[in-house]
Design a protein around this ligand. Structure first.
Ligand SMILES: [Zn+2]
Length: 306
């Protein structure tokens, strides 16, 4: 067992991956798509579509890039980029490849999955498009019950219901997973939003209202890393917030009970996509304290994959 050692801050993210200080909903995941670029994604109608009987157009409720065709009471959504690539053609190819090479070749397994699921892991990861747990850790269907939210945060029990703790309830109490793994990552726009907020943030801002769950991690980061520059502080907070989420998991009585009984383990993970490394650690429950003012986590079995 070992108390959490000081966090390594040796790798600064390249500036191209750092979200601007002014955070809004279009910037939070570091997307390169700015609003102006989005406007270039347009529907292209076939020449005869306007005259095809039974075909009408509806676009009033869709964003500018989407227009829908109603054909013989069937709804088809057509999305084409300016280059003419049909985005859904790609998805169709991928799905049919999955069906041929994964599903049909392991039919017995998938038939069993259709009846039941017994995942060993409950994973809480960021919604960021670059950090899909199944892509980086190879989780296959049936192996991980997963919830993804901004900045992979676990709110404390007393904050009441959310989609994250609903998923925790189902996975722990019904599926009886044996492991909860909270995965954070480098260049997290959600953590950057948390670190950029003034005080409690704007109460009408959905993102502020969510990332404020990481307030204790921010306070601890500011206290421990005030001498570092803002980017380094954000990286520190990315790891600190994972540990705050691990501590918050213990505020759920039904999680704490199972961890105490030894039938459930709590783990942290940190995926750095700048240098493609993964760090994993496990909470040492017996040495972890929730009684101190802000809790104190003890960890064991720390691994570093590079
Ligand atoms: Zn993130």
């Amino acid at each position: 067992m070992a108390f959490l050692s000081p966090i390594s801050l040796s790798h600064d993210p390249p500036t191209s991956l750092i979200a601007p200080r002014t955070i809004d909903s279009t910037q939070i995941f570091g997307s390169k798509l700015k609003s102006g670029e989005l406007q270039h994604t347009q529907l292209r109608l076939t020449a005869n579509s306007r005259t095809t009987p039974g075909l009408t157009m509806s676009a009033s409720r869709e964003p500018p890039a989407l227009t829908q065709e109603h054909r013989n009471n069937k709804l088809e959504t057509v999305v084409e980029t300016e280059s003419g690539t049909d985005l859904f053609d790609n998805l169709k190819r991928r799905f049919l490849s999955f069906k041929k090479h994964k599903y049909m070749e392991n039919l017995e397994h998938y038939e069993q999955l259709a009846k039941n699921q017994e995942p060993k892991f409950m994973v809480i990861a960021c919604a960021d498009s670059r950090v899909c747990p199944s892509a980086i850790l190879g989780f296959q269907p049936g192996e991980s019950f997963t919830i993804r939210n901004i900045a992979n945060l676990v709110p404390p029990f007393e904050k009441g219901p959310s989609e994250t703790n609903a998923a925790l309830d189902f996975s722990v109490n019904t599926l009886k997973v044996e492991n909860i793994l909270v995965i954070g990552h480098s260049c997290c726009g959600g953590i950057r939003a948390l670190m950029s907020m003034e005080g409690e943030g704007d109460s009408s801002n959905f993102i502020h209202n969510w990332v404020i769950h990481g307030k204790n991690a921010k306070l601890k980061t500011k206290a421990a890393a005030s001498n570092l520059n803002f980017d380094q502080q954000c990286k520190h907070c990315e790891k600190e917030s994972i540990n705050r989420s691990l501590l918050n998991l213990l505020t759920y009585p039904w999680i704490e009970e199972k961890v105490r009984e030894g039938v459930l383990s709590i783990h942290g993970g940190y995926y750095d996509f700048v240098d493609c490394t993964f760090e994993k650690w496990t909470m040492d429950y017996k040495e972890t304290s929730l009684n101190e003012e802000d809790g104190k986590i003890s960890v064991k079995d720390r691994l570093f994959w590079c």
